[in-house]
Design a protein around this ligand. Structure first.
Ligand SMILES: Cc1cc2nc3c(=O)[nH]c(=O)nc-3n(C[C@H](O)[C@H](O)[C@H](O)COP(=O)(O)OP(=O)(O)OC[C@H]3O[C@@H](n4cnc5c(N)ncnc54)[C@H](O)[C@@H]3O)c2cc1C
Length: 272
């Protein structure tokens, strides 16, 4: 079954047209389609591949045999509410991390050392249940290649409401304008925001898009921003940082447009 989705409304950065998206409601899906979650980390272009998305069938959370079982379409806010109600610890950081469980697992999302993989036991893909130990994972990265349908977490009691305040505080240096989170990955021992600032692009604007003047590594939509403007800023930052520092900034935001996906994407390496 497909569903027509307005991608500008879905995505946190507010860019995109409409698309007929294949809705996954069983453990079967077209291999060639690109999977999206709640699109908090995605910028959609005009040249889209076939998109697919988990349906509401995978939006659930329950306790079973003293484990927490969560469907991959479940939004972070729902997970926090459930944990608060059932006095479960270690998911408080999700209160300030937008996304669905599947999107968060794919990139091992987190805040500092609080990561979604920390209390994971296993996750389910078309290959069946895979134990955490079998899945490559590190800082904001995993080897997940298939659609995750659901996952199982250990339960430790003691929801800590005071942590929510700390996570809110950690967010205070981030812009409130629509964005897709960090634009670039931090290079080893450095910060993408610092590098963007060094080349004079903090607050730099093209049309409706800008590198935020609050935090340079956030590409923000100041109103009616377009895909082309976002891409022009990404490429400008990559080129300027490369010219000055000799290193190529790698995207953290995912560009979903056939021209910029895959290993040969012009965004992947320096060809200037
Ligand atoms: C304001 C803001 C602040 C943010 N701060 C942080 C932060 O502090 N830390 C952090 O880690 N992230 C942060 N992010 C990024 C975002 O919260 C995470 O990337 C989140 O995991 C995105 O989830 P999603 O459901 O929106 O995934 P999407 O953006 O839709 O997809 C992201 C990736 O996950 C894949 N994916 C989606 N669902 C599944 C699934 N079921 N199975 C397998 N793969 C799947 C997609 O194919 C895609 O590759 C921030 C974003 C915003 C907008």
């Amino acid at each position: 079954m497909t569903k027509t989705i307005n991608l500008a409304n879905l995505s946190s950065i507010g860019i995109g047209g409409t698309a007929d998206v294949f809705m996954i409601d069983s453990y079967d899906y077209p291999d060639s389609a690109y999977l999206i979650g709640a699109a908090n980390n995605i910028i959609f272009g005009p040249d889209l591949p076939l998109l697919m998305k988990l349906s509401k069938t995978f939006d659930f959370i329950r306790i079973e045999d003293e484990k927490l079982i969560i469907g991959a379409a479940t939004p972070s806010g729902k997970i926090v509410s459930f944990c608060k109600k059932n006095d479960i610890a270690n998911f408080e950081f999700l209160s300030h991390l937008p996304g669905t469980l599947g999107g968060m697992l794919k990139m091992n999302a987190g805040l500092k050392e609080f990561e979604i993989f920390n209390h994971l036991i296993a996750l389910r893909t078309k290959k069946g249940w895979l134990k955490k130990e079998k899945i490559t994972h590190g800082y904001r990265t995993t080897g997940i290649q298939d659609v995750v349908f659901e996952a199982e977490f250990e339960i430790i009691s003691g929801f800590d409401a005071s942590k929510i305040k700390i996570f809110k505080q950690m967010r205070s240096n981030q812009p409130s304008d629509p964005s897709a989170g960090s634009a670039f990955k931090n290079p080893q021992n450095d910060f993408a925001g610092r590098l963007i600032e060094t080349v004079g692009l903090k607050g730099y604007r093209i049309g409706g898009m800008a590198f935020s003047d609050v935090h340079a590594n956030f590409l923000v939509n100041l109103g009616n921003g377009t895909f082309d403007e976002a891409l022009a800023l990404i490429q400008l930052a990559q080129q300027k940082v490369y010219q000055k520092e000799g290193l190529w900034l790698q995207n953290e935001v995912i560009i979903v447009d056939k021209r910029f996906m895959g290993e040969n994407s012009p965004l992947k390496n320096s060809s200037i």
